[in-house]
Design a protein around this ligand. Structure first.
Ligand code: PFF
Length: 452
């Protein structure tokens, strides 16, 4: 990242940096932890099909909208709405995005904390067990413990803090450049391994053969929520990152590459997990704990298992960091640019809030399991509120805003880099933003609350 002399704001140094960092934000626990458990709980193939539909038909146009808002205004999410509509009330959607970012950071850090525990346990040899049921027991002992998950959540947030306090930096860009390809390579190796397991075909059939009877209103909402969560979309993350893009970054192409790679990683995770679920006699419907029970069992079956396990969980911690850094940047950029806070103070505030809520989420598998909000634990309520409500709603507002209220000239300038490149899909993107994305999201919402 370099400093742009005209605007005095940071900018990504290279084209690869732009892609690696946006993909770094998109790829994380959402792909490797959340996608398999959501797909497993929602019927496999049918979920996958709907998920892909939401990614490309709604997700890609909405990423373009967020990119345009960010690069065109060089602002955080709230500033972007304010600059494009100085007298409107659209900026309220900016506050919603900031709220969503803090909510996600809180429960995301808990899962990143679990990953840290599994990384250290793999290093220390504490993950050698003999059967899949032992892995199940081990995870449930750990996650219901009143202390360890909290400690790891806080440790993770401290690491996140230290990176952030130094600025959106060379560090993130460099780390993403190396980390993403390495993680990808490791996933490919595990994929090949899973394909050799004895019930691999049952796992693949579960993931890729849609059973259309599984398409329900709740499942559609989950698939849409997963698409938004996985793309870091609907809360201003892509807007904030695009505000650091250079004038020459091709927005359309970057959006498609980000969505494509993100989906590929989710699919690889599915191909790793489901053959193993069926081969080891586990249930695909285990929920948020699924991956933490299946992956160790896979590593255990490999020669040199603990080395693979340490390496994988280490990379997963780093992939989580590139995501949490991006979601923290939403509220930090807001506090610095709109509220005039020092970067360091803003980072403190962001981290402290996440530590308090993160602790509640971490405890909601054990001591606070009986505390319910609308019938859900803290963890589940935070996850549901952000992924299934705030993000799609934020995406709907961004698409209506850019599709209907922003000047066409602005859209054309952003998507064609001020007329220097051709962008053939301009009409299609605007059509999706005006009609397809808002009605699609509204229909899924109405359907899920039983109005349709
Ligand atoms: N997309 C990230 C993942 O799949 O792990 C999660 C995420 C990052 C959500 C950044 C929201 C966000 F602003």
């Amino acid at each position: 990242m370099t400093i742009d002399k005209k605007t005095d704001r940071a900018q990504f140094a290279t084209k690869l940096g732009v892609i690696a960092t946006t993909v770094g934000s998109a790829v994380g626990l959402g792909n490797i932890w959340r996608f398999p458990y959501e797909a497993g709980s929602n019927g496999g193939g049918a979920f996958m099909l709907c998920y892909i539909f939401f990614i490309f038909v709604i997700g890609v146009p909405v990423i373009c909208a967020e990119f345009m808002m960010g690069r065109g205004t060089r602002s955080n999410i709230l500033g972007a709405y304010r600059k494009l509509s100085p007298n409107g009330k659209w900026y309220i959607a900016g506050y919603m995005g900031i709220l969503a970012s803090v909510v996600i950071l809180s429960f995301y850090s808990v899962v990143a904390g679990w990953t840290l525990e599994y990384f250290t346990q793999s290093l220390l040899g504490g993950m050698e067990m003999s059967s899949a049921s032992e892995y199940h027991e081990e995870f449930s002992n750990f996650s219901t413990d009143g202390v360890r998950p909290v400690v790891w959540t806080i440790v993770f947030l401290v690491v996140n803090y230290v990176i952030l306090a130094r600025g959106v930096t060379k560090g993130i860009e460099k780390m993403s450049n190396i980390l993403m390809p390495l993680l990808f390579l490791l996933l490919l190796i595990f994929c090949i391994n899973s394909l050799t397991l004895d019930k691999a075909s049952a796992g693949l059939a579960f993931l890729f053969h849609p059973d259309f009877s599984k398409i329900t209103p709740g499942m559609l909402l989950s698939a849409m929520g997963q698409a938004f969560f996985s793309l870091s979309l609907g809360l201003g993350c892509m807007t904030t990152y695009a505000s650091y893009f250079s004038d020459k970054t091709r927005l359309g192409r970057s959006a498609v590459i980000t969505a494509g790679l993100d989906t590929l990683v989710a699919m690889l995770a599915g191909v790793i997990i489901f053959p193993a679920v069926f081969s080891f006699g586990m249930s695909p419907q285990a929920g948020p704990t699924l991956v933490f029970e299946v992956l160790p069992a896979i590593f255990h079956s490999l020669p040199g298992g603990m080395v693979w396990s340490s390496l994988f969980f280490f990379l997963l911690v780093l992939a989580s960091l590139t995501s949490t850094i991006s979601m923290s940047e939403i509220s930090i950029a807001f506090m610095v640019e709109e509220k005039g806070m020092k970067r360091r103070t803003a980072t403190h505030v962001n981290t402290l809030i996440a530590m308090v809520f993160g602790t509640l989420c971490a405890l909601s598998f054990g001591p606070l399991a009986d505390v319910r909000i609308f019938g859900m634990t803290f963890f589940n309520a935070f996850d549901y509120l952000s992924s299934n409500i705030l993000l799609p709603l934020g995406g709907m507002i961004a698409s209506v805003f850019v599709g209907w209220f922003v000047d066409r000239k602005f859209i054309r300038e952003q998507m064609t880099d001020s007329g220097t490149i051709r962008f053939r899909a301009l009409g299609l993107i605007v059509f999706c933003l005006r009609y397809i994305a808002p009605t699609g999201i509204a229909l899924v919402f109405l359907n899920s609350i039983g109005v349709l």
